[in-house]
Write a protein that binds this ligand. Structure first.
Ligand code: ATP
Ligand code: MG
Length: 447
């Protein structure tokens, strides 16, 4: 009973300056049928033990918009240890802020304890090593504090699957109705605290057809440079979310409109201003968006390879112009582009290797004589390189005929394949000598 009382106090039902507006089912219309069985089980179990437990964040927003949530997060007043003790298949994760992952079958629900405002407010809960690096800053808080530390009003809704009520501290239900994305608190201060919120604003607005409200939108242009201070790995994660949102084309267009594209991918602005570069990037994004909407897998390396391709092309041309043979020039160009890129937005090594392969195979796709096309077909990255070539053809950068040739060659029988091989009229000896000179780069001869 005491626990229930305390739970109620902490969840803001009894005390607390800001009381939530409790919106009943008949007003919001979000039925518990939309909640995953795992999230239902987690919230019900916690509530049976007299804890407050709500589905929170993006899932509630998406359900209210009639979309299928990607995943379900649960917020509770139970501590991670208490949650852990209630679910056999669960584990505590995270060092700085500890969460519990509860597994049901193949499903996982992330359960977080209500978080308070700023870690600085409570030294007790902070543990740092001797260098001052924070190891743990579990600052628990009330439900109201948990709502207030979230970014946008539409992301701060708490849904109780048992009562089917939505608890709304910041007017998120009304904002969703108006399709308005509004920052909780003072937008300038909130962007300063975490500049990634500017990217989140653009992503959520573009991917959910929301309008960023004027006061939340205005500071973005002014504060855009703050993104330079965000660790490159975090920027990469956020860019990846944006690019895999299923609305990447809109997101990138909007990034540019809000003046946020500088510094994310170096010279993304320049690329987008070259007619061909823009066409290529937009084609790649639209193709990715379609694949995501059709539930087909997409590869981040392919996407980043596409975004940076015109950078590679420019560097390649320049290095070749300095007298470096064609293929080594391509490899130097890749190194240069990846290095410049890494300073802004760290592309993980595993993607970097794939990107280089996709780029590196492009000149090889131009070689269509002898046994080389057969060997290329066997290459583990052939499919990605071929898809990449098709995009180049579509954007007008590569000869359409080469893409069509590969499309036919893959499906052709042996006799047809042999007939398709490109024979150039040059005597063998001369060809071989020239090829040795430029280390296999027969792009010009056969392309
Ligand atoms: P998505 O559908 O892309 O997952 P989401 O809103 O669920 O969107 P998450 O990154 O999963 O995004 O975050 C879950 C919740 O955590 C958000 O809804 C928001 O309430 C809160 N949140 C996430 N990032 C921030 C941030 N940078 N600042 C404040 N709150 C945040
Ligand atoms: Mg989410």
């Amino acid at each position: 009973m005491i626990k229930k009382f305390l739970g109620n106090v902490f969840s803001g039902r009894i005390f607390g300056s800001g009381r939530p507006k409790v919106v009943p089912f008949k007003v919001h219309g979000v039925s518990r049928d939309g909640i995953s069985p795992c999230a239902l089980q987690v919230t019900e179990t916690l509530q049976r033990r007299h804890h407050a437990a709500f589905v929170v964040g993006g899932a509630v927003r998406d359900l209210m918009l009639g979309r299928k949530p990607k995943d379900f997060d649960v917020a509770t007043d139970a501590t991670p240890e208490e949650v852990r003790a209630l679910f056999r298949r669960s584990r505590i994760i995270g060092r700085r802020f500890r969460l519990v992952h509860v597994m049901c079958g193949r499903d996982t629900v992330e359960v977080s304890t209500y978080r308070g405002g700023h870690a600085e407010d409570d030294d007790e809960a902070r543990v740092a090593d001797e260098h001052g690096r924070i190891l743990r800053d579990n600052v628990y808080g009330t439900q109201q504090q948990d709502a207030t530390r979230r970014d946008f009003t539409v992301n701060a809704l708490f849904y109780d699957p048992v009562s089917q009520e939505i608890w709304d501290y910041h007017g998120g239900v009304a904002d969703l109705r108006k399709r308005r994305l509004r920052m909780i608190g003072d937008p300038v201060q909130r962007y300063r605290e975490d500049p990634v919120r500017m990217l989140r604003a653009v992503r959520l607005a573009a991917s959910h057809d929301l309008e960023i409200d004027a006061a939340s939108r205005r500071p973005i242009r002014v504060l855009a440079d703050l993104l330079a201070n965000v660790p490159p790995a975090r920027l990469f994660d956020e860019m990846l979310k944006l690019l895999l949102s299923g609305r990447a084309a809109e997101c990138v267009t909007k990034l540019r409109r809000e003046g946020l594209h500088h510094g994310l991918l170096p010279l993304l602005d320049v690329i987008l201003e070259q007619p061909r570069g823009e066409r290529f990037v937009m084609l790649a994004l639209r193709t990715t968006d379609e694949r995501i909407r059709d539930d087909k897998p997409v590869s981040p390396s392919f996407l980043f390879a596409a975004l940076l391709w015109h950078e590679v092309l420019a560097a390649w041309q320049q290095i070749e112009g300095e007298g470096v043979p064609r293929i080594p020039a391509l490899y130097s160009a890749m190194d240069r582009v990846m290095q410049v890129q890494g300073e802004k937005l760290a592309i993980p090594r595993r993607f970097g290797a794939d990107m280089r392969e996709i780029w590196g195979l492009q000149p090889r796709l131009l070689q269509r004589s002898g046994t080389r096309p057969y060997r290329l077909l066997e290459h583990p990255r052939f499919r990605a390189a071929y898809d990449f070539l098709l995009l180049r053809c579509q954007s007008g950068e590569a000869d359409k005929e080469i893409g069509a040739w590969w499309s036919r060659f893959q499906d052709a029988g042996e006799v047809e394949r042999r007939e398709m091989l490109v024979r150039d009229g040059e005597p063998r000896k001369r060809r071989r000598r020239r090829r040795r000179k430029d280390e296999g780069g027969t792009m010009k001869a056969e392309g």
